[in-house]
Design a protein around this ligand. Structure first.
Ligand SMILES: *Cc1c(COP(=O)(O)O)cnc(C)c1O
Length: 490
C-alpha cells in the first residue's frame, strides 16, 4: 500500500441521529424587543408547519458533520482523477475567482447593450480565440454541453442541406465514438450507420468508401478518437465525405490533445464542438453549468444560433438579424460564467502555454502507456495522444476483471479510470492523466497499478473483493441505480 494513501474515515451518523432536543446552531444575545407571534408578521400561507423529527444540533456538530461528509467524496482537489474521455484536469482557482467578480456576477441578461459592453467584449474575444485555436471561422457560445453542441451541430448540417434543397438521411459514426454521438444524430432525425474501426483503431477507409453515398448528411468523428489515437488519414476521410456532398462533424471534446499543435479547421472539418468544461477551465463532473461552444466554417455560419455578438460603430451588439439561423438553442446567451473562465484561462496561459498544456497531456498519457505496457494488455499498442486504453486480458486469466482492478485502485487512494469504454475494447481501462499531474503523482498511480497486477497474480481474491478500505465495500450498483434509497426512515 502506498504510504499516506489510506485515510482516517470515521463512522458518520445521520444528522437526525445526532439530534438532541434543545440544541441549536447559533448563540446570539437575547432580543431586547418583545417577541411578536409569527402569525402577526406573515400571512398564514407563508408559515410552515413544524417539521417532524427536525434535527436539533449545535453549530460545531453541523460544521463537523458536513465537513466530514464532504471528505467522503473524491474530487480533482483531492487527487488524480484519471477518467478517460473526461479531461478531469485541475482548473486554476484564479479563473473561478475572475468569473465571480461582482461586475460579471451581478450583471443581468436583460441589461441593455450599452450597459453590457464589457460582457459582450468577453464573449466576442473568447469567440475569436476559440476560432483561432480551432482554425474555424465563427463560434456560437450559446451551447451548454458537449452533447448539446453535437445536436446543434447536426441541426446546422440539416439547415445547410435543406437550404441547398438536398435531402439527406444518414449520419456515419465510427464504432469507437462517444455514446452521445449516435444519440445526438438520432435525436436530430438522422439514421445512424456505424463505421467499423480497422486493426489500428482508426476509421477503415475502404469501408468508408463503400458506404458513402448521396444520402450521407455527415460523418461524425472524434479526433483524436476515443482510443486516444489521431485519425491520421483525416484529409482523405474529409475528401471522401465532401466528394459525395456530405459534411464532417468533429467531436472536439478531446481538444486537450491538440491546442497550439493542430487545428481541426485545417483538417477539412466543417463543424465541431468544444467542451469548455473539459479543456478550458470549468470543472467537469459536478453536473454544474458547462459550455459546448460550436465552431463552424463559412459555409455553415449563416445557420448559427441567434444572437451572435458583433462589433459596430457604436460598440458591441447582439445580432438577431440572421434570417437563416436555426434560432435560439438556449435561454439568453448560454452559461456566461463558463465563458469568463475560458477567457481567463486562455489569457493567463497564452498561445505558448496552451501548446504546452497539450504537449504535457500527450507526454503524460504516453508515459503511463510505456510504464504499464506488458503489465496490462494494450489492445492498440501505438503512440497515443492524451489518453491510453488498456484491457484486463492479462489479469482475466486469473479471474480478475476490469471492475475489480478499478475497485482495488480506490484502496490505493486513486479514483478509478473510465472502464468498459470504448465499447470496442473488451474490458477496457481508459486512462487520461491530463497535463496537470506531476511526475510524482503519475509514478504513484503507476506503482499502484503495478501492485494490483502483482496482487491479481498472487492473491486474486483480494482484488476481486475490493475495495477494502472505503466506507462501503463492493456495492450492488444495479440495485443502487434502479432502486436508490434516498429518504431517511426513522
Ligand atoms: C465528454 C464527451 C462528450 C459529451 O460531453 P457532455 O458535455 O458530457 O455532453 C462527447 N464526446 C466526447 C468524445 C466526450 O469526451
Amino acid at each position: 500500500m502506498n504510504q499516506g494513501r489510506s485515510s482516517l474515515v470515521r463512522d458518520e451518523k445521520l444528522i437526525f441521529e445526532l439530534s438532541k432536543p434543545g440544541r441549536q446552531g447559533y448563540s446570539l444575545p437575547k432580543l431586547d424587543l418583545s417577541p411578536q407571534p409569527l402569525e402577526k408578521l406573515l400571512p398564514p400561507s407563508y408559515i410552515r408547519d413544524d417539521i417532524a423529527g427536525f434535527p436539533e444540533v449545535s453549530e460545531v456538530e453541523v460544521v463537523r458533520h458536513f465537513t466530514r461528509l464532504s471528505t467522503w467524496n473524491y474530487g480533482i482537489d483531492t487527487g488524480l482523477y484519471p477518467l478517460g474521455s473526461c479531461t478531469m484536469k485541475y482548473n486554476p482557482k484564479v479563473n473561478e475567482q475572475v468569473s465571480t467578480l461582482e461586475e460579471f456576477a451581478i450583471s443581468h441578461p436583460y441589461q441593455p447593450e450599452e450597459l453590457s459592453q464589457g460582457n459582450l467584449k468577453v464573449m466576442k474575444t473568447l469567440e475569436e480565440f476559440l476560432a483561432e485555436i480551432t482554425g474555424m471561422d465563427r463560434v456560437s457560445l450559446q451551447v451548454v454541453a458537449g452533447a448539446h453542441g453535437e445536436l446543434v451541430g447536426l441541426m446546422l448540417i440539416r439547415a445547410y442541406h435543406d437550404f441547398r434543397g438536398e435531402k439527406k438521411t444518414k449520419v456515419l459514426i465510427p464504432d469507437s465514438a462517444h455514446g452521445t454521438n449516435p444519440a445526438s444524430a438520432y435525436f436530430a432525425g438522422y439514421q445512424v450507420e456505424e463505421i467499423p474501426s480497422n486493426s489500428e483503431g482508426r476509421i477503415d477507409l475502404d469501408h468508408l468508401r463503400q458506404v458513402v453515398n448521396q444520402e450521407v448528411a455527415a460523418l461524425m468523428l472524434t479526433n483524436p478518437n476515443t482510443l486516444g489515437l489521431f485519425e491520421e488519414e483525416i484529409l482523405q476521410i474529409a475528401e471522401i465525405i465532401h466528394h459525395s456532398g456530405g459534411l464532417i462533424y468533429c467531436d472536439g471534446a478531446n481538444m486537450n490533445a491538440l491546442m497550439g499543435i493542430a487545428k481541426p479547421g485545417d483538417m477539412g472539418i466543417d463543424v465541431l464542438h468544444l467542451n469548455l468544461h473539459k479543456t478550458f477551465s470549468t470543472p467537469h463532473g459536478g453536473g454544474g453549468p458547462g459550455g459546448g461552444a460550436v465552431a463552424v466554417n463559412r459555409a455553415l455560419e449563416p445557420f448559427l444560433p441567434v444572437p451572435l455578438v458583433e462589433k459596430g460603430d457604436r460598440g458591441y451588439y447582439l445580432n438577431y438579424d440572421r434570417p437563416n439561423s436555426i434560432g435560439k438553442v438556449r435561454s439568453f446567451y448560454g452559461n456566461f460564467a463558463v465563458m469568463v473562465k475560458a477567457l481567463a484561462y486562455i489569457l493567463t496561459m497564452g498561445g505558448e502555454g496552451l501548446r504546452l498544456v497539450s504537449e504535457a497531456a500527450v507526454v503524460n498519457a504516453n508515459y503511463i502507456r510505456k510504464k504499464l505496457a506488458g503489465i496490462y494488455h494494450l489492445p492498440y499498442d501505438l503512440p497515443n495522444m492524451h489518453e491510453v486504453v488498456f484491457s484486463d486480458k492479462i489479469q482475466a486469466a486469473k479471474g480478475v476483471q476490469t471492475i475489480d482492478i478499478a475497485k482495488r485502485l480506490m484502496d490505493y487512494g486513486f479514483h478509478p479510470p473510465t472502464i468498459y469504454f470504448p465499447l470496442i475494447v473488451h474490458g477496457a481501462l481508459m486512462i487520461e492523466p491530463t497535463e496537470t499531474e506531476s511526475i510524482e503523482e503519475l509514478d504513484a498511480f503507476i506503482e499502484a497499478m503495478k501492485s494490483i497486477a502483482i496482487e491479481a497474480e498472487e492473491n486474486p481474491e483480494l482484488v476481486r473483493s475490493a475495495p477494502h478500505l472505503t466506507k462501503v465495500s463492493r456495492l450492488d450498483e444495479v440495485t443502487a441505480a434502479r432502486k436508490p434509497v434516498l429518504r431517511w426512515q426513522p
